[in-house]
Design a protein around this ligand. Structure first.
Ligand SMILES: Cc1cc2nc3c(=O)[nH]c(=O)nc-3n(C[C@H](O)[C@H](O)[C@H](O)COP(=O)(O)OP(=O)(O)OC[C@H]3O[C@@H](n4cnc5c(N)ncnc54)[C@H](O)[C@@H]3O)c2cc1C
Length: 389
């Protein structure tokens, strides 16, 4: 087999990159370890920046998002028993869209199918080879048989635990990491959201977030210990804990119900540099992870796919390597700003075991500042709606 770009991973980064390349006439093949149903069953992000929606529009995969997505013009920050609204639309002229990652993935999968592009699911032992030389290739095993594809480039879009980044050895790669001393316990329930916008709550018992996937489906999170296990969190305990961390009005309006998904996610900031190794590029979670507090993970996967697709178009159409040479620096500039913002939101809103009462008071002072200074509100809003590509 031969293709121009072999893409490893069929998450948002790989699928979007595949569609953008197709639009530019660059053929590509996707190799994915899991089955389509498994990929679609993963409940993850749910908030899209305008730039991400524009990219979905560009590849003709945004029709359902426009019909079913919820546009939000603000968020609320809750602390000291009160809620304060940040009007992002007024501050930046922009909105964000609530539309689940599962739906984005399904829409991109359908667009790929409609375009007749090759995706190989349940590909085991995928391995990138010879990306330092001029003839990269990827091997995998399917139904007990080893296959190989020759390509011009490999795009490692295989998430944090993928093989692409792991195939590069130091000193060619440098990593930066912070693991936070807590996790997020999240549940999904078929209940109407407690409020029409997201509520981020700083509370003495720990952080809580009220978000949603639609007007009938809610997603709630509470900060938990890294030692916690979901078996220790029956639904009743979760709802009780969430209520303790919300203001009275939210408690009165909260509709509870059985969870249809429950999981604990660790929080991490991670960046690998560079994002290019010869003829292999990294994009999305394969290269970087942010704590979900800033809602940036999926959106960064989209901006990486954009930068990489434009660079590869330049390579094929204009016979110029300038774009692919600049890809890593360009993508990392945006990545680091999102890493900073996600770290800052996480630091301001969570209970940290090691900062004591002075840390908690400083957080409240910061929240008071952010919700009372126009300049601070604008800064938060500008980052939250997404910095320009
Ligand atoms: C539990 C969880 C909750 C999250 N919640 C949020 C949130 O609320 N808000 C937010 O903004 N972000 C959130 N994120 C982050 C967001 O989901 C990711 O940033 C986004 O999925 C990145 O897309 P990606 O395509 O780069 O990686 P992924 O979605 O991880 O896709 C990578 C794909 O590569 C495949 N793969 C892996 N290894 C191999 C291999 N060896 N061979 C072939 N294929 C392979 C995987 O099966 C997967 O399909 C969450 C992430 C997790 C894990």
């Amino acid at each position: 087999m031969r293709t121009k770009v072999a893409i490893i991973g069929a998450g948002p980064a790989g699928l979007l990159l595949g569609q953008l390349l197709h639009k530019f006439g660059i053929d590509n093949v996707i190799l994915e370890r899991q089955s389509p149903d498994y990929v679609l069953g993963r409940i993850r992000a749910g908030l899209l920046e305008e730039g991400t929606v524009a990219l979905l529009d560009e590849v003709g995969a945004a029709t359902r998002a426009h019909a079913e997505g919820l546009l939000h013009e603000g968020i609320e920050l809750a602390f000291s028993g009160r809620r304060h609204r940040i009007d992002m639309k007024a501050a930046t002229g922009k909105t964000v869209m609530i539309y689940g990652q599962t739906e984005v993935t399904l829409d991109l999968m359908n667009a790929r199918k409609a375009a007749g592009l090759t995706s190989i699911y349940e590909a085991a032992d995928v391995e990138p080879h010879d990306f330092d030389g001029g003839h990269p290739r990827v091997t995998w095993v399917k139904d007990g048989v080893t296959h190989e594809i020759d390509c011009d480039f490999i795009a490692g879009c295989d998430g944090f635990h993928g093989i692409s980044r792991a195939s590069v050895k130091p000193p060619a790669i440098e990593t930066f990491e912070r693991v936070y001393p807590f996790g997020w316990l999240g549940i999904l329930s078929e209940t109407p959201p407690v409020s029409h916008e997201l509520i981020y709550s700083n509370h003495a018992r720990g952080f809580a977030l009220c978000t949603m996937r639609s007007m009938h489906r809610s997603r709630y999170y509470v900060q938990c210990s890294l030692d916690d296990h979901i078996d220790q969190w029956p639904d009743d305990r979760f709802w009780d804990e969430l209520k303790r961390r919300l203001d009275q009005k939210a408690v009165d309006q909260l509709v509870t119900g059985p969870s249809i998904e429950k999981s604990i996610a660790p929080l991490r900031s991670f960046v690998a540099e560079p994002m290019r190794f010869g003829r292999m590029f990294l994009a999305g979670d394969a290269a970087h992870i942010v704590p979900p507090t800033g809602a940036k993970g999926l959106n960064l996967a989209a901006s990486d796919a954009h930068y990489l697709s434009v660079a590869l178009r330049e390579y094929y159409d204009e016979k110029s390597s300038a774009g692919i040479d600049a890809y890593s620096d360009k993508a990392l500039k945006r990545v680091w700003k999102a890493v900073r913002f996600s770290w800052w939101m996480t630091s301001m809103l969570h209970k940290f075991p090691d900062t004591g009462t002075i840390g908690a008071r400083i957080q409240l002072a910061e929240l008071d500042y952010v919700t009372s200074s126009k300049a601070a509100m604008t800064s938060l809003a500008e980052n939250y709606v997404g910095l320009p590509f």
